[in-house]
Design a protein around this ligand. Structure first.
Ligand code: TH1
Length: 807
């Protein structure tokens, strides 16, 4: 293909505007131009995707099918232009045509088809799988509404619908010719005929699954993969027989049931919704995916007997766990294989990643829900469960272990146990987390089949999360660490370590951060209507709101700082700006109260003259990928303060480290690995370790004692009851921490870690007073962050789980 210049892009954009919008360049709106850009890049990727598919087929390569109910893609225009090596040309073309490139990029809505870390991880891995030239496809649902938009009204979260498709659908390529049928409900009829046992699923309702493909470009490769998002459609607008009987409303019911499946992403992060619609979403995308993969396999190889040699399904948490019985069903009912043949194939083509040990997030489906909606799948599950149970009994001869490892038990189907039984590998997402899986959550399964258990520490797309969003730092790295080598070899970042004593380099680093802070202050003024002080430390906690992540601990510490300032208003101090961003699940009342508290506290502090140029608290509205991209390069302190043992990995922690922020954190998730690389001297570690947390709980934890004993802590907690100038009391949060109401008080040990946390924050502020020291630490953080590139993580999956080659 001829090289693409800004001139050729101008021509292509003009043509798109004429053909798709009947508009000239002069008449085109920014929105039309944004779509035209997407369509032009999509065309280029589509050509490459066809070539990639042909190559995969010709060379009979093993393919990875990454199944996830969430892909938190964010924006794609800048990212795709970057990966296609066209970002400068595209900017130039837009300017030449009379548009502001930055405005066009800003206009693109985030594709928020995910809640948080789990969905963003899937998006980062798509980039790495493509860049590493692994034949891979992502599968999910084409939600009409992504994660809700958050508005803060009078300090409280209000949820608004996220209609991303208005502009975002420019990236989607519908492929109606590859539609699959998914069957719900009905009954199973079994009979013997011609010497065979026949199973017929009848009286079911059909939902059509229509693929909408999003092309994924890799960096410096023509290899192109696909994210296949299934849209749900009813086969007919109304049921004609009911309609003609005059049952008009009933006649449209099936239609409505079908189309609601792809309506909205469930906004619960780590909390199971035992709703039948959620189960239908899961089966819908699993069944469509398995059928389409099997269809393509049959076209190429003419048999499914070698299916496992050519395909692997990676399931992102248990949400796609029904891939196991669905593949069994297809192999047995449709392809006529025996149970044992089908089981061999299935258990050699599915691998499971666990992302949490929180019990409220471990999926368990009521069996009657499955029986009713998926009768054939239910039968297959019963058979899998019985055989597994027998295997466990024969191995352990221990009824408590049988119960612990059971797939169907007490009227529930336990999806994690299903994945362990039906998968070839189980992995956790950080060293600590994988250890907890083996020692604790899945100890019995590990005892029986230790070879299945692995660790793959999470990683992030460093091209997006460093090079693309932090051009100042990117330039510095190119100057010092071998040009653009780090983009494909992220460990090249370690060369920065050589400059730890180079005053000029450290100075440059601090100027880059300063510029980024000013740019973010500008952005915050434009979009959030707040004025930030760029002389203050930007101390940031952005992530989903959850009690175990302990945003409330951060707030308590800020209350203490404020109280100290009240005691001594003249006290000189390093100015600090605390930034929060977090969405709460709409049904998670405590999380919403914590958001309200942070806003009340912000309101108090920002209106008190004694805090001027000293203390500031900002709650950033509607935290999302595109906001993170502005904020992280400007951040100086990264708050990673979860109760040890609860955060499986974290990935925000890695993004901050890579952009030179210093971490205040506990030894939890991937913070442990960060600490291994950085040592005590390059981060601010505090708090109980995971084993100490377990011991303390076993011993009997009494937060009331800490409340009685520590006057500073007590004063901060009492402030919750009093509240702030808006007159709202947070007695309920106080009770949750100190007295406990219907649960044990302070489940996440905020009080136990409070003093250590305050001390860590104090060390952090003292260190900030020494810029040379701070900048050196920052440099070491960037230098050692290469290990957290998603390329490394994906290469580990490829080598140890998928057994596929890569670049
Ligand atoms: C997150 C984990 O909490 C986080 O520690 C980890 O870095 C991330 O996954 C990626 O591995 C999870 N998100 C969810 C979301 C749902 C259910 C379980 C988890 S675990 C809906």
């Amino acid at each position: 293909m001829a090289t693409v210049t800004s001139k050729t892009l101008e021509g292509a954009l003009g043509a798109k505007l004429r053909l798709n919008f009947g508009s000239t360049v002069e008449e085109a709106t920014d929105a039309q131009m944004m779509k035209a850009c997407a369509l032009v890049l999509r065309d280029m990727m589509a050509i490459r995707e066809v070539e990639t598919k042909q190559m995969v087929r010709r060379e009979e390569k093993r393919q990875v099918h990454y199944m996830s109910l969430e892909f938190l893609m964010g924006r794609s225009l800048m990212k795709n232009a970057y990966n296609l090596g066209l970002l400068p040309q595209l900017r130039q073309a837009l300017e030449n045509l009379g548009f502001r490139a930055a405005d066009i990029f800003e206009l693109e809505p985030d594709a928020a088809l995910g809640n948080g870390g789990l969905g963003r991880l899937a998006a980062c891995y798509l980039d790495s799988m493509t860049t590493l030239e692994i034949p891979a496809t992502g599968y999910s649902i084409c939600y009409e509404l992504g994660l809700f938009r958050q508005k803060i009204i009078e300090g409280q979260q209000v949820e608004l619908p996220d209609n991303w498709k208005d502009l975002g659908d420019a990236w989607l390529m519908p492929k109606p010719q590859e539609t699959e049928e998914v069957h719900f409900g009905g009954n199973i009829r079994e009979f013997w005929a011609d010497g065979y046992h026949h199973v017929v699923h009848e009286n079911y309702q059909t939902v059509l699954a229509i693929p909408c493909d999003m092309e994924i470009a890799g960096y410096e490769t023509r290899h192109t993969n696909t994210l296949r998002l299934w849209d749900a459609k009813s086969p007919s607008p109304v049921d004609m027989s009911l309609f003609s009987q005059g049952e008009y409303l009933k006649a449209t019911e099936a239609h409505a049931m079908a189309e609601v499946i792809a309506k909205v992403l469930y906004p619960e992060d780590k909390h199971i919704e035992g709703k039948s619609l959620r189960l239908k979403q899961q089966y819908f995308f699993v069944s469509a995916t398995v059928q389409s993969v099997a269809r393509r396999h049959l076209e190429t190889y003419g048999t499914l007997k070698n299916f496992h040699e050519k395909n692997v399904f990676q399931v992102n948490d248990t949400h796609p766990a029904l891939v196991i019985p669905e593949l069994m069903r297809l192999l047995i009912d449709d392809a006529g294989l025996s149970w044992d043949e089908a089981w061999y194939i299935t258990t050699h083509s599915v691998a499971y990643t666990n992302h949490t040990v929180l019990s409220e997030a471990l999926e368990r489906w009521p069996q009657d829900l499955i029986q009713r909606n998926l009768p054939r799948i239910w039968q297959v599950l019963v058979e899998i469960s019985n055989r597994w149970q027998k295997k466990v009994e024969d191995f352990y001869h221990d009824s408590t272990k049988t119960e612990d490892m059971a797939i169907i038990w007490g009227g529930q189907v336990r999806m994690a146990n299903l994945c362990i039984a039906g998968g070839m590998a189980v992995n956790g997402v950080s060293g600590l987390h994988s250890g907890i899986l083996k020692k604790d959550l899945f100890r019995n399964a590990y005892g029986m089949e230790p070879w299945k258990f692995q660790n793959v520490t999470n990683g992030i797309d460093h091209r997006r999360w460093l090079s693309e969003i932090n051009p100042g730092l990117d330039r510095l790295i190119r100057d010092l660490a071998g040009g653009d080598e780090y983009l494909l070899h992220p460990t090249a970042l370690s060369r920065l370590d050589d400059y730890a004593d180079d005053a000029e380099v450290l100075q440059r680093l601090s100027e880059i951060k300063r510029k980024n802070k000013e740019a973010f202050a500008d952005y915050a003024r434009r979009t959030q209507d707040v004025v930030l002080n760029p002389d203050a430390i930007f101390d940031v906690q952005v992530k989903r709101l959850h009690e175990y992540k302990r945003q409330l601990l951060n707030a308590l510490h800020i209350i203490t700082l404020y109280q100290q300032l009240q005691d001594d208003p003249g006290r000189s101090m390093q100015p600090q700006t605390f930034l929060f961003g977090a969405k709460a699940a709409p049904g998670y009342a405590v999380a919403k109260r914590i958001i309200h508290l942070i806003n009340s506290l912000a309101d108090q502090i920002n209106h008190d003259p004694i805090c001027k140029d000293k203390l500031q608290v900002v709650f950033l509205e509607n935290y999302r990928v595109s906001l993170a991209e502005q904020l992280i390069p400007a951040s100086e302190v990264s708050q990673q303060i979860s109760t040890a043992g609860k955060e499986a990995s974290g990935t925000g922690n890695m993004k901050f480290m890579m952009n030179g922020a210093l971490t205040v954190g506990t030894l939890d998730g991937a913070n442990v690995e960060m600490h291994d690389l950085l040592g005590d001297e390059n981060m601010f570690l505090f708090g109980l370790h995971a084993d100490e947390v377990a011991e303390l709980k076993a011993r009997g934890y009494l937060p009331q004692r800490l409340y009685a004993r520590d006057p500073i802590l007590r004063r901060a907690l009492d402030q919750l009851k009093t509240g702030f100038r808006d007159g709202v009391s947070y007695e309920d949060l106080f009770a949750r921490l100190v007295t406990g109401s219907n649960c044990a008080a302070d489940e996440y040990l905020l009080l136990a870690d409070f003093a250590a946390y305050c001390a860590a924050e104090k060390r952090m502020v003292e260190t900030y007073a020494n810029p040379a020291e701070w900048n050196r630490m920052s440099l070491h953080n960037i230098a050692r962050s290469g290990m957290f590139a998603a390329d490394r993580a994906v290469a580990e999956y490829a080598d140890h789980i998928w057994h596929v080659g890569h670049r």
